[in-house]
Write a protein that binds this ligand. Structure first.
Ligand code: SF4
Length: 237
């Protein structure tokens, strides 16, 4: 039986989610509940629209010249792509047949024994570390971070390049000691190529409002450029 994936949307010319120009696939469904989520409309795993892996590749093919010319590729994000690991694996297998670079953008919240062959056809993992401390992670994302740490170590042990992403939220993720612990965790990983500090923003709040949900971080300010600089310096490896 052909596997189908539930997809929220596509972006044809992504430039932030991996090298070159990316065809970005936003998977529907996420097991996390991040307080600052700017994709609140992607939480419901029953939403979105069903696609087969070949249909996704057909969409991507429309932009293949731009992707190849820029040494880009396909990035699957969400939502949480690892919730539909088998489907993403099918998409990546087809992409690799076309010699297209593949990346997943993930929170890393998954059982590593349920990933199937996905990582075999994954060229890059963009890992969004929410918080290194277990309790604080739970407060921010609604789940503990033990699976995430195991996933990160597993990816590193497979020799797959990792780009770390860290959202800097004043009062939640900017504590100096926490940042030092985050760097220590990152240093344990062997394949980290890049660490990106993403300043908190409230651009996705309208999605919470549209769904009639209360946005709990109302009033939280964006970090100053000095805060960002400081965090970057601490996280630098
Ligand atoms: S992991 Fe991403 S999509 Fe899921 S709740 Fe967190 S920010 Fe939103």
């Amino acid at each position: 039986m052909t596997i189908k994936g539930r997809i929220h949307s596509f972006e044809s010319f992504g430039t932030l989610d991996g090298p070159g120009i990316r065809f970005v696939v936003f998977m529907q469904g996420c097991p996390l509940r991040c307080l600052y989520c700017h994709n609140r409309d992607m939480w419901d795993s029953k939403g979105g629209k069903e696609y087969t892996a070949s249909e996704v590749i057909d969409e991507m093919k429309k932009y293949i010249n731009y992707i190849k010319f820029s040494n880009g590729g396909i990035t699957v994000t969400g939502g949480e792509p690892l919730m539909q690991a088998e489907f993403v694996s099918e998409v990546f297998k087809l992409a690799k047949e076309m010699n297209v670079h593949t990346a997943i953008d993930t929170s890393g919240f998954a059982d590593i024994d349920k990933l199937g062959s996905l990582l075999k056809s994954t060229d890059l993992v963009l890992l969004d570390i929410k918080h290194v401390d277990e309790e604080k992670h739970k407060k921010i994302a609604g789940v503990e971070n033990d699976k995430i740490k195991k996933f990160a170590t597993f990816v590193s042990d497979q020799g797959i390049p990792i780009w770390i992403r860290y959202v800097l939220v004043p009062g939640l993720t900017d504590d100096e000691n926490d940042l030092i612990k985050t760097r220590e965790f990152i240093q344990e990983l062997k394949t980290v190529q890049n660490i990106e500090v993403l300043p908190y923003h409230s651009m996705g709040v309208y999605k919470w409002e549209k769904l009639g949900r209360k946005y709990q971080l109302e009033g939280t300010k964006e970090p100053s450029s000095l805060d960002i600089k400081k965090a970057k310096e601490i996280l630098k490896i």
